[in-house]
Structures are given as C-alpha cells and as structure tokens.
Design a protein around this ligand. Structure first.
Ligand code: ZN
Ligand code: FE
Length: 256
C-alpha cells in the first residue's frame, strides 16, 4: 500500500482543498474541491494528473469545482451513496466499509452522518490520513444541519476508534474560534491551554493549524470528550449521558 503525498490548498474564506498524490502510479485525487481553478493550477504546477475527485458531502463549498474539474481532466467523481442526487457529476457512489483506490493507495469509507445525512470520510490507513470534510474539525465539529446529536456522537466515536497518529484533514480553518469556545467549557484542561497558545501563534503568522492528529483532538476537542470528567464538570452536568453532554456542547457552540 503506498503512502500519499498530500498538499493543502486554502481557498475561499477558510476552506481547505486537498490533493492526494500516489507517486508510484502518478494518480492524484482532489478532496472536496470548493472551486476548480486554484486546484487545477496547483496540480498542473506539480505535473500531477488528476484521476479522482473524492467528495465527503454535497455542500457547495465542497463540490463547487466538481464539474469544471471533470470537464478539464476527465476524472472520476466519487461520493456518498445517500447523496448521489446532490453531488454534481458523480460517477461512483460509495457506502460504509467500501474501499476506494487512488493508484496504489486505498481508502476505507466511514459513514459519519450528522452534519448532513449522507456525510462520509475517507480513511487512508497506510498514509495515516483521514479526510473528514465537515464532520470533525480541529477542536470542533460540524453543525447538525441534517442529523441528530446521537448520530453525530456515534460518528465521533467511529472516528475515535482510528489510531491516535491519524492526521485529521478537515475542510475548514476554524481552529482558533473552536478553541476559544472549547476553553469556555473546559477552562482547566492543560492540553487545551497549551494547544491554544500554539494555535494563536500559528494564526498570527497566517499559518495553517490543520492537520492535527486524532490523539491531539482526543485531548483537546470537546466534541470527542463527552465521556470526560473535566467536560462534565465544565458543563456542570455530572449526571448526563455522553449523548446529552455532546448535545449540550453542540448547542452552546451554536450560540457562542
Ligand atoms: Zn458542509
Ligand atoms: Fe464546509
């Protein structure tokens, strides 16, 4: 199984589009192309041939470049089966536990509904890379537009079962605002305090805070910490279940 070269392209206000390139075969996937032009330019500059688009969900800031890129490259578009009517130009619809190949690299599909009802993530285990769209963010998670807290919490738990060294390639640079919220619900978490200091420095220099690792997220992201003593205490909800804790945290973030 080969290890992908991954390139991060900041576009629009705060989106990240990724190129994932397999050196052995030259095949290259674009993950969630919000737009076409800067992504095609970057691939061209590197001499990489676009073979695939991998979409995590149907929102315009994730599929906006689909048709123009397909037109320019003839690539294959892969997306979630429940959303096949909402993904422009889709060729292959995939479900939980199916696999997708980019050259000699292989991704397993994780069905992670909550932000939208069909949201999926692409886990390239041999590359320690998870492309999770708007499900898990650095120190945050996506808003629940089409799913319930219970669904999103179970999506979080599915992601938490991956190895701690997995790099979390989310689709937005929301880390600093997420961290400011996280500190309101877990002010005494020393890992969170330390990470916020790093994040503040990076953003001051206009540098990306993404990807982080799953291990770092487990220590600092309140949406992965619904079972932690310190978050329960921070919310002052000692007797609530993890789903209730998760729901309350999401609700407070919506109004933050
Ligand atoms: Zn979205
Ligand atoms: Fe988005």
């Amino acid at each position: 199984m080969s290890r992908l070269d991954i390139v991060q392209i900041p576009v629009l206000q705060d989106n990240y589009v990724y190129l994932a390139h397999d050196k052995e075969t030259g095949e290259t996937a674009i993950i969630d192309p919000a737009v076409a032009e800067p992504v095609l330019d970057e691939a061209f500059k590197r001499g990489w041939t676009i073979s695939h688009i991998l979409n995590t969900h149907h929102h315009p800031d994730h599929v906006g470049g689909n048709l123009a890129i397909k037109e320019a490259t003839g690539c294959t578009i892969i997306g979630p089966r429940p959303d096949r009517d909402r993904i422009p130009g889709i060729d292959v619809a995939v479900d939980e536990s199916e696999t997708v190949r980019v050259g000699n690299a292989e991704a397993q599909i994780l069905f992670v509904p909550g932000h939208t009802r069909g949201h999926i993530a692409y886990w390239f285990a041999a590359s320690d890379a998870l492309f999770c769209g708007d499900t898990l963010f650095s120190m945050g998670c996506g808003r629940l537009f089409e799913g319930t807290p219970a669904q999103m919490w179970s999506s979080m738990q599915k992601i938490m079962r991956l190895p701690d060294e997995t790099r979390i390639y989310c689709a937005h640079e929301y880390t600093e605002a997420n961290g400011r919220f996280a500190l309101t619900v877990e002010p005494e978490n020393p890992d969170l305090q330390a990470r916020m200091a790093d994040v503040t420095r990076l953003r001051r220099d206009n540098r990306p805070t993404v990807p982080s690792t799953l291990g770092a997220e487990k220590r600092t992201n309140p949406f992965l910490r619904a079972e932690s003593e310190s978050l329960r205490n921070g919310l002052d909800m000692p007797r609530m279940t993890p789903v209730e804790i998760f729901a309350e945290t999401r609700k407070r973030k919506d109004h933050f």
